[in-house]
Design a protein around this ligand. Structure first.
Ligand SMILES: Cc1ncc(COP(=O)(O)O)c(C=O)c1O
Length: 391
């Protein structure tokens, strides 16, 4: 008897994340500088921590309403309006366990068996895994030939090819792993392609506070009736471990999404909801000093990479650089990254781990201290010079 063989067969399609395994390997490599980590290296702001302590001391240790405490939903509604001119009333918002649960809830809620999800790649791999678990079919759209952006032509071609069974388009901006983002005009042009079709847009805007060169643009403004917005405090307030995300959609859709949320997790933790309320209500600009620091690191790394002959898009958001390995070095990104880690003591994630279009690239996260950035870039320079000298 092998009970594992009798488990949900869809799990056979899903593999454990190679990004996480590579990150663990980096942590276990003595002296290595780790550029794999996808979370802020800053501490959660003091006033947010204090709000959580107050909440614990006030015995806020009971279930919250399933869709979230009303004060947090109110604070989120105001934050989204003030920051990005997005119109979501508190009843159109669900507080989730991180953006990850929001993504799972949406994918499970909107898909019928066999329906397709369009996912521009390279991408955050959760979208693909969740689609498989939901019994859907991921359709990966390689964006490497269009500066790592989905274009209206690419979208139209894919829709023509995939016909009627497309139910969801995933858009993440700023993008993990490439750091590119979209202007409002670019998003409007994509909206024109899907407007009026029976297709949902899942807009993952978890990095909305980390736009370096332009105002954050959003499809929630252009096509609110088809958009389901995913956001949260993980990246904006350095709160990844607190597990608070936000899911926003028109009321009739939110009511349906709430069923999966309710029967999966009941509600997010009360104390961390209180902390998130404080973050959004009294710390809307908490991200600004972090952003200034990220930008310095980004510029430093980009300078070193460019001098070494790496090429790629200028990152305009999030805290990632996606870069093409120079042509004179090993183009197998997995082998390159492994050797760079073992021999060079620098850990960057192989680009192919993020799907089609990532081959021959590496992702550097600059959510690590300036000291680490400088040490890591020195090691990278030494490694590349050694490789070239040996040719
Ligand atoms: C694009 C993107 N969406 C969602 C998440 C998950 O966010 P959370 O930690 O709030 O679940 C991440 C985390 O790295 C991400 O990069």
């Amino acid at each position: 008897m092998n009970l594992v063989d009798h488990m949900n067969q869809k799990l056979k399609l899903v593999k454990p994340s190679p990004i996480l395994s590579f990150s663990v390997l980096a942590d276990q490599t003595p002296g290595a500088v780790n550029f794999t980590v996808g979370e802020p290296d800053f501490a959660t702001p003091e006033h947010v921590k204090e709000a959580a302590i107050t909440s614990i001391q006030a015995n806020r240790s009971h279930y919250a309403p399933s869709n979230g405490i009303s004060e947090l939903k109110e604070a989120a509604s105001n934050f989204l309006k003030q920051k990005y001119d997005q119109d979501y009333s508190p009843e159109e918002i669900i507080v989730t366990c991180g953006a990850s649960e929001a993504i799972y809830t949406i994918i499970l809620s909107v898909l019928n068996a066999g329906e397709k999800v369009l996912i521009p790649t390279p991408c955050f791999p959760l979208y693909i895994a969740d689609t498989m678990i939901a019994g859907g079919q991921p359709v990966l759209i390689d964006t490497s030939a269009t500066d790592f952006k989905l274009t209206p032509d690419l979208l139209q071609e894919t829709l023509d090819r995939e016909s009627d069974s497309v139910r969801l388009l995933v858009l993440n901006y700023p993008v993990n792993p490439t750091g590119v983002t979209y202007s409002q005009e670019e998003l409007n042009a994509l909206a024109d392609v899907v407007r009026g079709r029976d297709i949902f847009l899942m807009c993952d805007e978890i990095y909305s506070e980390l736009n370096y060169d332009q105002k954050h643009a959003s499809l929630a403004k252009t096509l609110p009736e088809q958009t389901i917005l995913v956001t949260g405090v993980s990246k904006s307030h350095a709160m990844t471990g607190w597990r608070i995300g936000l899911l926003c959609a028109p009321k009739a859709i939110t009511q349906e999404l709430g069923k999966i949320h309710q029967f999966t997790i009941t509600t997010a933790a009360t104390v961390t909801q209180d902390a998130a309320r404080e973050a959004l209500e009294n710390g809307p600009d908490d991200c600004q000093p972090m952003k200034a620091e990220y930008q310095k690191r980004r510029d430093y790394i980009m300078q070193v990479l460019t001098n070494l002959g790496f090429t790629g898009p200028q990152p305009r958001g999030a805290f990632y650089i996606f870069t093409q390995i120079p042509q004179d070095l090993n183009q197998d990104d997995v082998a390159f990254a492994q050797d760079l880690l073992q021999e060079g003591k620098v850990a960057a994630v192989p680009g192919s781990y993020f799907g089609p279009g990532g081959e021959g690239c590496l992702r550097f996260s600059y959510a690590t201290s300036q000291d680490n950035v400088e040490r890591g870039m020195k090691l990278l320079q030494e490694y590349v010079q050694k490789q070239r000298a040996a040719q």
